[in-house]
Design a protein around this ligand. Sequence first.
Ligand code: UDP
Length: 438
Amino acid sequence: MKIALVSEHASPLAALGGVDAGGQNVHVAALACALARLGHTVTVYTRRDDDALPERVVAAPGVEVVHITAGPPVPISKDDLVPLLPELAAGIAADWRTDPPDLVHGHFWMSGVACLAAVQVLADSGAGRIPVVQTFHALGTVKRRHQGSDDTSPPERQALEPWVGQSVDAVIATCSDEVLELRALGVDPRIVSVVPCGVDLGLFRPDGPREEDKPRNRTRVAVVGRLVPRKGVDLVIAAVALLRNAGRDDLDLIIVGGGRSQEEMGLDPDGLRLKRTAADHGVAAQVILRGQVAQAQLPALLRSVSVVVCAPWYEPFGITPLEAMACGVPVVVAAVGGLTDSVVDGVTGIHVPPRDPAAIAMALGHLLDHPDEAARLGRAGHARVQSRYSWDLIAAATVEVYRSVLTMAEPKAVTSAGVAAAFAGQPAHVVAAGRGEH
Ligand code: UDP
């Protein structure tokens, strides 16, 4: 199969940990490579955010990354990309003119818009319509529910995200919770499949080197990921303070992530916010902000900690607990979204209610006081990711979805008028009127 992946803001080649660079980048990179290992040819389209990037990069055997010029070739927040989508779509369609893919798979709602538009350009020129598969990674309705007026998503998202879900040929949800959310957006449940994210089991494994800079008599726990407020890192800091107040002062919290690495010196605004939080709780000396760490260095770090905590307000999937589990490290996770699928409470980790530092402190304290139980959860977590979450399994399940749309009698119709209305940021009912019958 010749597969196009579109990931407008999240390049598979980007450094990870900043505001807009995390799980989606990992997902697209790993899925592309795993699809290529299955014998498919994969082209990943992403927006050029640096003048120096070559137009085409062979990222792995069978995987090419194409940088499409859309707007100035500089980093732009994903919240400001909507006006650039027509140019992105035109660039993708131009690349397809001589050699179109068998199907295109959009990642994030804006890529979905670009996919539908690029497909329409080709259909209007007389070529057939290429089927579109969509993974949202995150949904605006969920984000708004949790972030309220702090949600910086562009206003167009409200109309265009449902439009994408209703117009594509198949939607891949990354967790069961997302299926209900998609239904509420008017997405036909018959086109939705659940395929989770995976984990790189070659890299993240229990055996291998450990970081050696752990001071004697200190216990380390870690949080890994983007440091944006909704990831709840401040809740973990508060939990460390509660444990310290209860007499547990041997604990160090390692925080990995952020827009800059330690070598680049200085913390980004999220890092500075967390540093202030630690000082406010009187645990500045116990909270170590490591900045952005390359994935290749993460397994050694994870193996050197006793527990990994993941306490987001909400989480469409959450790859970092899987990475910890793959290293045999027990996890404490907020019982939200994808985490309730991937972590089995009491078996491969401990669930805590969201936004509850006292519950995090209790779960952490319990695991640290019961090392045998912690080791059992770590082993079970490792077994679970091995049996269910390798990228080879995830890619095979994704290919099943691809085959289902390729065998459909006819891909859905989206009209040029629908795409034009979408680009004009029209309200949902106007966009819906531009959707073809299906
Ligand atoms: N990550 C990394 N270095 C960092 C911070 C994060 O390699 O400094 C990686 C992490 O290992 C994981 C991904 O970024 O693979 C974050 O994915 P997750 O699904 O947990 O969160 P998202 O970014 O999608 O919200």
